[in-house]
Design a protein around this ligand. Structure first.
Ligand SMILES: Nc1nc2c(c(=O)[nH]1)N[C@H]1C(S)=C(S)[C@@H](COP(=O)(O)OP(=O)(O)OC[C@H]3O[C@@H](n4cnc5c(=O)[nH]c(N)nc54)[C@H](O)[C@@H]3O)O[C@H]1N2
Ligand SMILES: Nc1nc2c(c(=O)[nH]1)N[C@H]1C(S)=C(S)[C@@H](COP(=O)(O)OP(=O)(O)OC[C@H]3O[C@@H](n4cnc5c(=O)[nH]c(N)nc54)[C@H](O)[C@@H]3O)O[C@H]1N2
Ligand code: SF4
Ligand SMILES: [Mo]
Length: 649
């Protein structure tokens, strides 16, 4: 990897790139996540973050007056205010949010700062995008992370993608690994109520009723059992709880589940036969399986299907978590989690706390802190001061006015960001930082690959890398020795000493190919044993049955938010997608404007007809659907707009 090459900061795939000849558009460079050296449309803009909107000087607000100040004045102000809050209210009234856009080293310093100040109130919002999947993985196999390498997908006989659209959301991973596998004969199954670019490549499209995937995955497990498709040897040697699981699965009422999940019996049978007959099956999940109905957990049911058929611990198998942000994995690996220390160890684990104390001088607190959601809700009440590193809590599914009130209710809000945002507008101190193409460090992509990011261009004006700011604040708020880091490599090497995931990986060893954690995994987790206390994977039980909502109307499915700053608009149009038959029943034609309503809330959008949608389901991108999401509805009515309609925008 030459000195001009770095890692794309714009999503969790982690493509390698370098500044193009014009200095603005990025040029792809061959890397493990982009073996053809390609970039997506968004990645080409990796250096365009370096634009006129950038923050270039620290600013402090007194009443409504913003003043540019020197770095030392800004630091003094932050330190004075934090110390005052600590004296008056104590450490658990502080909250720390970040930083999936930042490096592993920066995340490590952020949680170290929080914990040495005396609180576990440190979290990041992106963690919640995949929380049910990662919980299943940590509870049942060991690590909250993708189990295999992207490159192993070529060994899969079957790939099942559920609740995700990697063709658009992780395009280079999709085009470099999934598409070639499918072209070579791998069967692609897409579990998706709407249909999108990923569906276009799929051999099988199953469109269960939104939220009901768990019931369908259990049905598949039940059918695989009946077909004698269980990998008996694997289940006996490597798992526990199989008998109890089977007992609950054989009890499931197929008829009712088929009708509630609204899937075709023949398709379920065909897919079960495919899975039972395949040697290697890999699963990929995104945010769409996170909102399961009732107490069901789609990721858990999907996991059971893979475990039952022996699809862990070998190339071409496993479960991939399609993470969104560039260092979402690294932020949690480094410990920006309220109940987990670096390396996913519990804050209550005595041994882990001792290991950390021997490095830090003091142990971290042992009481779990507040989650990102709880922190936001406590702003101004239990939480008086917050340090936010590269997060934008003001953009959320919550009512924007409520979020504004929460942010304003803080005694002190310090934000580190590249640009001004809705969140910086409510801050007392804003510190200008550098993007990852402007700084050194490491980022961990969605396949657990730790890669070096390098400074290829300098940060603008007085902006500084988050690493420098967090180190300087640590030196001033804790003591100079605990934050005595001359380079990022000294931070990474400390992380490797305290985090079991990173043991024996040193900064100097991270070469052209990056390094997947753990050190000795060769990219595939759990080849011999699972990372559970007794080394075996643990079965749970079948998912509880769900009653169908009596509420009538069309079911609303919402797609992920698109970043305002990048060229996303072509892939996510602000239209309501609707099945032609549902449209004609309502006398709606393509491109008509419609009102999409739940009770008193209405949003407006032009209609795009799409026959790959489930009948009875409509789809809106998040930025249009937000007002509807806030009333927590899953059903809407749709009607053509008449001139008297009042709309909510
Ligand atoms: N271009 C671009 N790429 C991005 C981002 C971006 O802003 N722009 N953001 C990144 C981030 S932060 C994230 S988290 C990822 C998100 O990546 P994805 O999780 O792939 O996001 P979505 O495109 O919303 O895809 C979710 C899919 O789940 C489907 N779905 C909804 N409900 C259900 C259900 O009940 N069951 C099933 N089976 N499917 C359902 C939806 O129709 C949709 O197609 O994308 C990342 N990639
Ligand atoms: N309404 C609604 N809300 C959503 C979603 C939705 O679909 N709809 N999606 C959710 C999802 S999937 C996610 S992942 C979250 C994302 O939530 P956030 O991560 O909070 O939001 P972003 O806008 O992606 O990024 C936050 C900020 O990070 C800054 N940043 C980028 N790089 C750096 C860096 O190196 N250092 C520093 N200090 N700052 C940096 C950017 O300038 C930006 O202002 O949002 C969630 N919120
Ligand atoms: S796929 Fe993700 S990491 Fe790769 S170029 Fe596109 S945005 Fe960047
Ligand atoms: Mo996300």
């Amino acid at each position: 990897m030459n000195d001009r090459q770095t890692i794309c900061p714009l999503c969790g795939v982690g493509c390698r790139l370098q500044p193009g000849t014009d200095g603005l558009r990025a040029q792809g460079a061959v890397g493990p996540a982009n073996p053809n050296g390609r970039l997506c449309r968004k990645g080409i803009d990796a250096f365009a973050v370096v634009d006129e909107d950038r923050l270039t000087r620290p600013v402090v607000r007194r009443d409504s007056d913003w003043r540019a100040v020197s770095w030392s004045a800004a630091y003094d102000h932050v330190v004075d205010q934090f110390e005052r809050l600590l004296d008056v209210h104590g450490p658990d009234t502080l909250g720390f949010l970040g930083a999936p856009h930042c490096t592993n080293e920066e995340n490590y310093l952020l949680q170290k700062l929080a914990r040495l100040l005396g609180t576990n109130n440190v979290d990041n919002r992106a963690r919640h995008c995949h929380v049910s999947t990662t919980r299943v993985l940590s509870d049942r196999v060991g690590w909250p992370a993708t189990t295999n390498r992207l490159a192993d997908l070529s060994d899969a006989d079957v790939i099942i993608v559920a609740g995700a659209n990697p063709a658009e959301r992780q395009p280079i991973a999709f085009n470099s690994f999934v598409r070639p596998a499918v072209n070579e004969g791998t069967t692609l199954i897409h579990v998706e109520p709407v249909g999108n670019r990923t569906t276009r490549l799929a051999d099988v499209h199953i469109a269960p009723r939104p939220g009901m995937d768990a019931l369908m995955f259990d049905l598949l497990s039940a059918r695989v059992l009946e077909m004698d498709g269980v990998d008996r040897d694997f289940v006996t040697r490597r798992t526990s709880g199989f008998e109890a699981f089977t007992a609950t699965i054989t009890e499931v009422d197929h008829e009712t589940r088929i009708s509630v999940a609204d899937v075709d019996t023949d398709v379920v049978d065909d897919v079960a036969r495919l899975i039972a007959g395949a040697d290697r099956v890999a699963g990929m999940v995104g945010t769409g399986v996170e909102g399961s109905a009732g107490r069901t957990n789609a990721s858990e049911a999907f996991f059971h299907l893979l475990l039952l058929t022996g699809n862990f611990g070998r190339r071409g198998t496993g479960l991939y978590v399609l993470r969104g942000l560039t260092n979402e994995q690294g932020a949690i690996d480094a410990g920006c989690v309220p109940d987990r220390l670096p390396g996913h160890q519990s804050v209550m684990d005595t041994e882990a706390r001792e290991r950390i104390a021997s490095e830090w001088g003091d142990p971290p607190p042992s009481t779990p802190g507040k989650t990102a959601k709880e922190l936001l809700a406590s702003f101004g009440n239990d939480i008086r001061g917050a340090l936010v590193v590269g997060e934008n809590p003001a953009i959320s599914k919550r009512d924007p006015e409520w979020v504004r009130q929460r942010l304003n209710a803080l005694d002190l809000l310090v934000v580190l960001d590249l640009v001004s945002s809705e969140t910086t507008r409510h801050a007392d101190v804003v510190l200008p930082t550098a993007t990852s193409v402007e700084k050194d460090g490491t980022l961990t992509n969605l396949e657990r690959r730790v890669q070096r990011t390098r400074q290829t261009v300098p940060p603008p004006g007085q902006a500084r890398p988050d690493f420098v700011i967090l180190r300087d604040l640590g030196q001033r708020l804790i003591d100079a020795r605990a934050f005595d880091y001359s380079t990022v490599s000294t931070v990474f090497d400390e992380l490797s000493r305290v985090a079991p995931t990173h043991t024996e990986i040193s900064y100097a060893d991270i070469d052209r190919h990056g390094r997947q954690w753990p050190f000795d995994s060769d990219g595939v987790l759990y080849e011999e044993t699972f990372a559970t206390p007794n080394g075996v994977a643990v079965f749970g039980s079948a998912q509880p049955m769900v009653e169908l909502d009596a509420e009538s109307g069309l079911q609303l499915v919402v797609g992920g938010r698109t970043s305002e700053r990048h060229d996303d608009h072509r892939t996510n149009e602000r239209t309501l997608r609707m099945h032609p038959a549902d449209a004609s029943e309502r006398s709606i034609e393509s491109a008509d404007s419609v009102a999409v309503s739940h009770r008193s809330v209405t949003v407006e959008a032009p209609v795009q007809l799409a026959s790959d949608l489930r009948r009875g389901t409509v789809y809106l991108p998040a930025e249009v659907a937000d007002p509807l999401l806030r009333c927590e509805t899953s059903t809407v009515t749709v009607r053509p707009i008449s001139s008297t309609t009042h709309t909510h925008r």
